[in-house]
Design a protein around this ligand. Structure first.
Ligand code: EPZ
Length: 420
């Protein structure tokens, strides 16, 4: 079992290049199942979720050529199997996109009930509602979800809950359906726009992605024969913005889309940081102790829940008492117990947590409880006085490419050490 050993405190300074977005990549890869052709995908993040997904697609009949760690050519002309391997699909949450894609392509699909970060209940009722609205029969039993349909017919779908996954799955299932589908109260995250852009590049007819009303005119076939580059990762960029603030550093974040980060920028300015927007990069500097503030996580363009633990680290050393209200997930404050081991004074109360800012954290052995908590604990180790050992790195490796190398290039004293 590996661990990260981090010596602090360090002020992070320098440049970091953002990778392709995990939450776009894990939807674009299954979306290739809709294509009766070959396509090329660039700027894939080199993370375990992408590698796992590629293995799943190969079991379904896809042929994949790797040109680098971040670029593949995928041939999905011969998709024969509609049952994804349950042991692999139950490893992570995004495996449920196979349902929408295979339903669209073959009229049948079966995957393991999705796993992923332990954030509390992660229902899929809105996904099922979307598939049934298009005429599919869905069964959830014996640890798997299966869906089948004779002919998908376009329909109007109103999402009872703003859901990234359900919005993407509804798009995937309706791209090849007969007629027009509308998705109302849709999620608007940048990765949803990226999936729609990818599918349109391959021949789909999707309009309104990024708004709360998306319209899909079904087409007969997607031919592919195109190349697509995955959008830069909004959450990775935000992670490094908050690392600059927590460490009182100066980081130039390259290959990002600043308007995807407007909410984080606004919060950083509120707590006393500085942000300079250069169009395709953003510079974040901080030269004092952060002011206290309040954050409520919301669907895009609100403050992203996937940047909640990271600003929790900033609040743990801010001047005064800050509050975070986690409105998306019922259990996303597990990381606060780990920060309290490092001297923070945080009191989680259900979907709210109170952060009494302390002057400094101290290094300690801590455990990543999920992907974003892991990234937050790296930042905590960098700003803490002394040595921090961070365990459960498999969470972090699912969603951040070469994270310790990127932090080391910013001056962090961080090493990955094998325990055995
Ligand atoms: C996606 O998860 C992301 N994962 C999550 O990021 C992210 O936290 C989340 O969106 C919110 O932005 C991927 O994209 C792979 P949702 P998803 O459906 O799609 C409720 C990370 O760190 N809901 O938008 O599973 C649900 O309980 C991960 O990269 C239903 O009630 O999230 C939650 O309260 C962690 N019924 C809310 O909607 C449903 O059928 C938002 O969930 C679906 C969701």
């Amino acid at each position: 079992m590996d661990k990260l050993v981090i010596q602090g405190p360090t002020k992070l300074k320098g440049e970091v290049v953002i990778s392709g977005a995990k939450n776009a990549a894990v939807a674009i890869l299954p979306a290739t199942l809709l294509i009766n052709g070959v396509c090329r995908i660039e700027n894939l993040p080199n993370i375990s979720d992408v590698r796992t997904y590629c293995k799943i697609l190969e079991t379904l009949g896809a042929k994949i050529k790797w040109f680098s760690d971040n670029e593949i050519e995928i041939d999905t002309r011969d998709i024969g199997c509609t049952q994804a391997p349950l042991d692999m699909t139950s490893k992570f949450r995004a495996s449920y996109y196979i349902l929408g894609s295979l339903l669209g392509r073959c009229g049948a699909a079966e995957v393991g009930i999705p796993g992923g970060c332990n954030l509390g209940a992660r229902p899929i009722d809105q996904h099922i509602k979307a598939f049934e609205a298009l005429g599919a029969k869905v069964d959830v039993s014996q640890g798997k979800i299966s869906a089948k349909v004779k002919k998908l017919l376009g329909n109007s779908i109103y999402m009872d809950v703003v859901s990234v996954g359900a919005t993407i799955n509804a798009i995937l299932a309706s791209v090849l359906a007969e007629g027009t589908t509308t998705i109302d109260n849709a999620a608007k995250e940048p990765h949803i726009v990226d999936v729609a852009n990818f599918l349109n590049t391959m021949g789909a007819d999707i309009r309104g992605a990024g708004t709360d009303l998306i319209k899909i005119n079904g087409v007969k076939e997607l031919r592919g024969n195109c190349t697509y580059s995955v959008v830069p990762d909004q959450i990775e960029a935000g992670t490094f913005m908050l690392a600059a603030i927590a460490s009182r550093g100066d980081i130039l974040i390259k290959n990002c889309i600043p308007e995807h980060l407007d909410c984080i920028t606004a919060k950083i300015l509120e707590i006393g940081g500085n942000v300079e927007d250069y169009g395709d990069s953003i510079r974040v500097t901080m030269n004092k102790r952060p002011n206290k503030a309040t954050v409520k996580t919301l669907p895009y363009p609100g403050y992203p829940t996937d940047l909640q633990p990271q600003i929790g680290v900033v609040f743990s050393i801010a001047d005064g008492t800050s509050i975070i209200n986690e409105s998306i997930w019922e259990s996303r404050f597990q990381y606060t117990a780990e920060l309290n081991k490092m001297g923070a004074k945080i009191t989680p109360q259900g979907k709210t947590a109170i952060f009494e800012g302390v002057k400094e954290l101290t290094g300690a052995p801590v455990y990543a409880t999920d992907l974003r908590a892991g990234a937050a604990l790296i930042i905590a180790g960098i700003i803490a006085d002394g040595e921090t050992q961070l365990y459960n790195l498999e969470h972090i490796d699912r969603g951040y490419e070469n994270i310790e190398e990127k932090f080391r290039n910013l001056g962090a004293k961080i090493q990955r050490v094998s325990e055995n």
